[in-house]
Design a protein around this ligand. Structure first.
Ligand code: HEM
Length: 198
C-alpha cells in the first residue's frame, strides 16, 4: 500500500527533530576566541586580572589566556578541576613529539612539569629526566570555588631539544584535563586548538 506524501513528510520531520534533540546535550565543539589590547602589566600571581591578557580561548572546560611579551609568551590557564591541566606544543598528531607543559595544585601548592611525549599515546617524561631543561618560568597557582588557575611564562625559543618553538601569531596546540594530581594519569578531556600570541 502507498503511504500518502504528507505522512512520509511528517515521519521525516519527526526523525530529524529527534536527531537534533539527541545532539543538544553535547558540548559545543570548541572554541570561543576573544582578543583585546592588554592594558595592565602581566604578573604571575595565580590570579587573572581583566585586560592582563590579549587573548582568551575556550577549549572544553579549559580557558587559555595568552599574551606575547618580547621573546616570551605569558599564559594563564583556568579550569574547574582538582586534577591536572596541560598544554602541548608542536604535536605531530595526537601526542606525538609534543612539548607538554602540565600543572596541578597539590595541598594548595602549585606544581608544573616541562615534559615531552615521543609517542602519540604518551607517556610524557619530564625534560629533566631525558637530559633537557625545565623551561617553565615564574609559575604560580591558586584554587577558588573549585576553579584552578595557573600562570607562567616561557621563552618563545628555549634551545632545549625537548621543547617546541612558539612564534608570534597563531600556534597549533593540544590540550587536556586530568582527573587527579598524578601527571602520569590519563585525561578526562582532550583536544586541539589554536594559541594566539600577540
Ligand atoms: C601520561 C598521561 C597520558 C596518557 C596515559 C595519555 C594517553 C593517551 C592515549 C592512550 C591516547 C589515544 C592514542 C591513540 O588513539 O592512538 C591519547 C590521545 C591524546 N592525548 Fe593523551 N595521554 C596522556 C597525557 C596527555 C596530555 C598531557 C595531553 C595534552 C597536552 C594529551 C593530549 C592528547 C590528545 C590531543 C590526544 C588525541 C585525541 C584524539 O585523537 O581525539 N594527552 N592519550
Amino acid at each position: 500500500m502507498k503511504l500518502p506524501a504528507c505522512r512520509i513528510l511528517a515521519a521525516s520531520l519527526l526523525s530529524f527533530s529527534l536527531f537534533i534533540g539527541g545532539c543538544s546535550n553535547s558540548k559545543p565543539a570548541q572554541s570561543l576566541s576573544k582578543s583585546q589590547a592588554p592594558e595592565v602589566s602581566w604578573q604571575s600571581d595565580g590570579s587573572i586580572t581583566p585586560k592582563e591578557y590579549s587573548h582568551q580561548q575556550v577549549l572544553g572546560d579549559l580557558v587559555v589566556y595568552s599574551r606575547l611579551a618580547g621573546d616570551h609568551a605569558c599564559f594563564g590557564l583556568q579550569a574547574p578541576t582538582k586534577g591536572w591541566i596541560a598544554l602541548g606544543l608542536g604535536s605531530e598528531g595526537k601526542m606525538k613529539n609534543a612539548d607538554i607543559l602540565i600543572f596541578t595544585l597539590r595541598n594548595g601548592k602549585v606544581e608544573g612539569e616541562d615534559s615531552f611525549s615521543s609517542s602519540p599515546s604518551g607517556p610524557h617524561p619530564a625534560d629533566l629526566s631525558q637530559g633537557g631543561t625545565n623551561d617553565i618560568l615564574e609559575l604560580t597557582g591558586s584554587e577558588k570555588d573549585g576553579v584552578m588557575t595557573v600562570e607562567f611564562k616561557r621563552k618563545l625559543r628555549t634551545g632545549d631539544p625537548y621543547d617546541k618553538d612558539l612564534h608570534p601569531g597563531n600556534n597549533t596546540i593540544i590540550w587536556a584535563l586530568g582527573s587527579n594530581f598524578k601527571f602520569a594519569s590519563r585525561h578526562l578531556q582532550q583536544g586541539t586548538g589554536t594559541l594566539a600570541l600577540e
